[in-house]
Design a protein around this ligand. Structure first.
Ligand code: ATP
Ligand code: MG
Length: 333
């Protein structure tokens, strides 16, 4: 039976990379697979990166991440949506998987290399991140994982861990496959420094819950094609952040107008950015209104999350029992 799993870290405000790269696929797959599409705010992961973790803000960020997903169209009554730390089987399975995973494999993960480079002291948890991620997915025997392209290596490792477990203990887990959003594989940060990422801070991100004037302030100063020095120089929209963002937010005729206008110097960067903001407003205004309604009733959100954790545990418990028995742990009577 097909089953979907994906997680999102409460390491900061959800941004348009998360939204177009992952969350929109959650909604689409949620409509198809109902309760067998399982989504999780992965707070156990969030504590592994000291650059983005603040204990005083974790609970609030976790709540906000749930609000963002519900506002984006996920209905917790129709899918399974919960907070990772409320289902303790995640770390239980993770520990079993650490025993199957070579340290060398973990050390060559590019996300680990990127994130640990920024740190003076690297927590072991950051190295173990992909093992916990494998446990998140396989705990539900999920075979379909909607993610951005930056997770490809982690999904490949998950497949390897599944293979190793199956080889050692008999057929247990599927080998899951990633599902990507084809126009949003890896959305660049608005500061022009690589992938947009929550943990890189607000200069990198355009938040989906961010006030539109704050989004405009960042778009206004965002770098464009560096070859286009003067207004009269032709530009290359394929080498421009704003060109990338138009593909996410704008309709066909607008995209054609700004792409052609950029190439012929018929349109200036400021006007191109203003046209982008029309699409941003169209997409985000209704989402932000729904988020405001959800925030006004926090108990409703909390209840939905707790119900989601119950539903998740109902699947996770028997899988963990199967694992305990296969691994050879003495069963408590
Ligand atoms: P962090 O910087 O803390 O790792 P993040 O912004 O990378 O945060 P995650 O919670 O790690 O977000 O990832 C959630 C989902 O969003 C994943 O499926 C990931 O692949 C996807 N994603 C993250 N950033 C981008 C991006 N820039 N473009 C497309 N997809 C993205
Ligand atoms: Mg990430």
């Amino acid at each position: 039976m097909p089953r979907v799993f994906s997680g999102i870290q409460p390491t900061g405000d959800p941004h348009i990379g998360n939204y177009f790269g992952a969350m929109k696929n959650y909604v689409r797959l949620g409509e198809e697979y109902g309760k067998d599409s399982i989504y999780c705010v992965v707070d156990l992961h969030a504590i592994t990166n000291p650059a983005a973790y603040d204990p005083a803000r974790l609970a609030e960020r976790t709540f906000e991440m749930a609000v963002a997903n519900f506002a984006a169209g996920l209905d917790p009554a129709k899918v399974t949506f919960f907070v990772q730390s409320q289902v303790p089987e995640h770390h239980e399975l993770s520990w079993v998987f650490t025993a199957l995973t070579p340290v060398g494999e973990l050390e060559r993960m590019t996300q680990y290399k990127d994130k640990s480079e920024q740190l003076e002291s690297v927590p072991a948890g950051l190295l173990m991140y992909p093992v916990l991620m494998a446990a998140d997915i396989l705990l539900y025997k999920a075979d379909t994982v909607p993610v951005g392209e930056d997770q490809t290596q982690h999904i490949e490792l998950t497949r390897e861990i599944a293979r190793k477990f199956n080889h050692a203990y008999g057929d247990t887990f599927p080998e899951p496959k990633a599902v990507y959003a084809k126009d949003a594989l890896r959305i660049p940060g608005v500061d022009g420094h690589g992938k947009m990422g929550k943990s890189k801070g607000e200069t990198s991100t355009l938040g989906i819950l961010e006030p539109l004037d704050s989004i405009w302030q960042k778009v206004r100063v965002a770098p464009t094609d560096p070859a286009r020095v003067r207004r009269t120089d032709p530009g290359d929209p394929d080498k421009c952040l704003i060109g990338d963002y138009h593909k996410l937010f704008s309709d066909r005729p607008t995209i054609e107008t700004v792409y052609a206008g950029c190439r012929t110097a018929g349109i200036g960067c400021v006007d191109c950015k203003k046209m982008l903001m029309e699409g941003v407003r169209r997409e985000l205004e209704p989402l932000q209104a729904r988020a405001a309604d959800l925030r006004a009733d926090p108990d409703l959100v909390r209840d939905a999350l707790e119900q989601g954790a119950k539903e998740a545990r109902a699947i996770a418990r028997p899988v963990m029992e199967e694992v305990r028995e296969k691994v050879g742990f003495l069963k408590a009577r």
